[in-house]
Design a protein around this ligand. Structure first.
Ligand code: ADP
Ligand code: MG
Length: 590
């Protein structure tokens, strides 16, 4: 006898619910997306008990016709597409017709709805997938969905959901994403009776972003506006002065759908190359508009992941768009007013200089640590040596938004104080600035194919087997940078040349560090990059080194001619500003 039979509709819905609505936040997302698809201007979301007790979503959208109400609760019933062909052009958030029946199969569900042209509305109540009531009801235009006791009849799923607080956080994040994508819609999220998020629905993205990322952060965002062959990119990315240890401040939208895409995350990060230290992530709210045919949104039951047809071009274009925004705007972080006066008070009360400037001390330790124990490169590399022509500098200065600066003097023999034409006061970290100059110079020489190299008295190095193997694999990378190693056998190598600007040979320890620090075993590019960074760091002038006016001035000119004068190659800032206005304000002159 045959053993295969069709599942009844209710069972099929419960199975689908496992995918479509795996947790309360997914229910909220689906209901809010339905409200958005219905053209709502106002959406109110109320939750309690992390969404397990109750979720209520009220919208003022189109509503559902009385005869459609039972259909809306059937599987694969949708008003949004008719045939599979429509999928390639789909712009609505929903189209699978799965959400309502799935939710209703695992909760006590109630929907009340009315269209503008009908006098009465319709109410439907479904418990665990069974229709309990379907009747006329009086109600305003729009739709209200109430979901209670979510997962009451699927105890396994309920057990899997741990804390109400964590679910509330997920729900909040889901609403935030949709509110960012739909600034013309006014959202209200209430958690256990208290307002958690209210957006004005002004239609201005700035307003939604300020509400969700905070006004303080908003000030550190730069506008993005870019069009390429594949993509229109709009939104905001942060100056390097605003970053996080995780990606929590990053939002991507494709055709108004919040999405998660490792490809796009990576493209964004690459655009910040050398602008941020390792493991720091910028803030970003990026709206991508693509031809719907170039995006497959039907690869994931909740549609959070999408697939792109032209991944490489998209990667390049997103990166180009973000880079353009970073180039067009000043990236200098500002020292703001209140901190200055309080800093003065602190100086009066206690503390040595080192306590007041922990960062400087840290830097000195870093530098001192490597340099005193490993004194390998002459510190006396002249600032004027890097081959950056001042005339070129003037031209580039305008392009990278770096102001023309006149040196006033040196502070702590570590920072150059300088003034702009506008009268603002700048502090430049001389080591970081010189590092950037050298790094750019090396890159330029490399791409021109003529990095000047000097022969040296051959120097022997012996490494452990792992490091030796790594060097063996990357000999070409080092040679391209002017460090010509010859294999001598037995994990021993002979170094025969150095790039011209390095005055001394790298130490054994430094080479080992370089060869072992990059994690990805195969990533020779990373070693190459790290070597350039190390070389520029080692050859750069140090903190605690006195400079005369000409040297300072050359350094500033050369810095302004670099591709990215605002940060050193490791992503630390090279420069900060205290505006003339801030100074005047603190002296109560205005
Ligand atoms: P989908 O959104 O994929 O079409 P759903 O199960 O989420 O599937 O919803 C089924 C149908 O019910 C929708 O196609 C829509 O016509 C209708 N609907 C659901 N929610 C609303 C709402 N808030 N306002 C108007 N119509 C709605
Ligand atoms: Mg839907």
């Amino acid at each position: 006898m045959g053993r295969i039979h069709l599942l009844d509709e209710n069972t099929a819905n419960k199975i689908a619910a496992g995918e479509v609505v795996e947790r309360p936040a997914a229910v909220v997302k689906e209901l809010v997306e339905n409200a958005l698809d219905a053209g709502a201007n106002n959406i109110t979301i109320q939750i309690s008990g992390g969404g397990l007790e109750m979720i209520r979503v009220v919208d003022d959208g189109s509503g559902i016709a009385a005869e459609d109400v039972p259909l809306a609760l059937q599987r694969h019933a949708t008003s949004k597409i008719k045939t599979a062909d429509d999928l390639s052009a789909v712009l609505s958030l929903g189209f699978r017709g799965e959400a309502l029946p799935s939710i209703a199969s695992v909760s006590r569900f109630c929907l009340v709805t009315r269209q503008a042209d009908s006098l009465t509305g319709t109410e439907i109540i479904v418990h665990g997938g069974n229709i309990v009531r379907l009747e006329e009801a009086g109600c305003p235009v729009g739709t209200e969905v109430k979901v209670e006791d979510l997962f009451y009849n699927t105890p396994a799923r309920l057990k899997f959901i741990k804390s109400a607080a964590a679910e509330t956080a997920r729900i909040t994040a889901a609403v935030q994403r949709l509110a960012l994508a739909w600034p013309e819609v006014a959202f209200t999220l209430t958690v256990n009776g208290k307002n958690k998020l209210v957006t004005p629905g002004s239609g201005q993205r700035e307003d939604a972003v300020a509400q969700i990322l905070g006004r303080q952060n908003m000030r550190q965002l730069l506008p993005v506006q870019w069009t390429g062959s594949l993509l229109t990119l709009e939104g905001f990315v942060s100056k390097p002065s605003l970053s996080r240890a995780n990606r929590n401040l990053q939002y991507f939208f494709v055709n108004r759908r919040p999405i998660h895409s490792p490809l796009l995350l990576d493209a964004l990060q690459t655009a910040y190359h050398t602008l941020l230290p390792r493991h720091r992530f910028p803030a970003a709210v990026l709206y991508l508009v693509l031809d719907p045919a170039a995006v497959d949104v039907n690869v994931h039951p909740t549609k959070r992941e999408v697939r792109f047809t032209q991944e490489r071009d998209l990667y390049r274009q997103l990166m180009a768009g973000v880079k353009a925004a970073l180039k067009e705007n000043s990236l200098i972080g500002e020292l703001r007013a209140p901190s200055i006066s309080s800093a003065w008070q602190e100086i009066a009360v206690h503390a040595t200089q080192d306590e007041l400037m922990p960062e400087l001390v840290q830097r000195r330790k870093d530098d001192g640590g490597t340099h005193s124990s490993l004194p390998i490169f002459s510190p006396a590399v002249k600032v004027s040596e890097p081959p950056a022509a001042p005339t070129a500098a003037a031209g580039t200065a305008a392009k990278n938004n770096f102001p023309l600066l006149r040196p006033l003097g040196q502070y702590l023999a570590t920072y150059i104080l300088a003034q702009s034409d506008a009268g603002d006061l700048f502090l430049i970290d001389q080591h970081a600035a010189h590092e950037r100059i050298l790094y750019d110079a090396i890159k330029k020489d490399l791409s021109a194919g003529d990095l000047p190299v000097q022969s040296i008295i051959p120097q022997t190095f012996e490494f452990d087997a792992v490091t030796a193997a790594r060097l063996q694999d990357t000999l070409n990378n080092f040679a391209a940078l002017g460090l010509k190693f010859e294999t001598f056998g037995n994990n021993t190598f002979i170094l025969r040349s150095l790039p011209l600007f390095l005055k001394e040979i790298p130490s054994q320890e430094e080479l080992v560090e370089l060869l072992t620090q990059s994690k990805a075993e195969q990533d020779t590019m990373e070693i190459f990059e790290k070597t350039m960074q190390l070389m520029s760091c080692k050859a750069a002038i140090k903190a605690n080194q006195t400079l005369d006016k000409t040297e300072m001035s050359t350094l500033l000119t050369n810095l302004s001619a670099t591709t990215e004068p605002h940060t050193c190659p490791h992503g630390r800032p090279t420069v900060m500003v205290i505006t003339a206005q801030t100074v005047a304000r603190n002296f109560r002159r205005e």
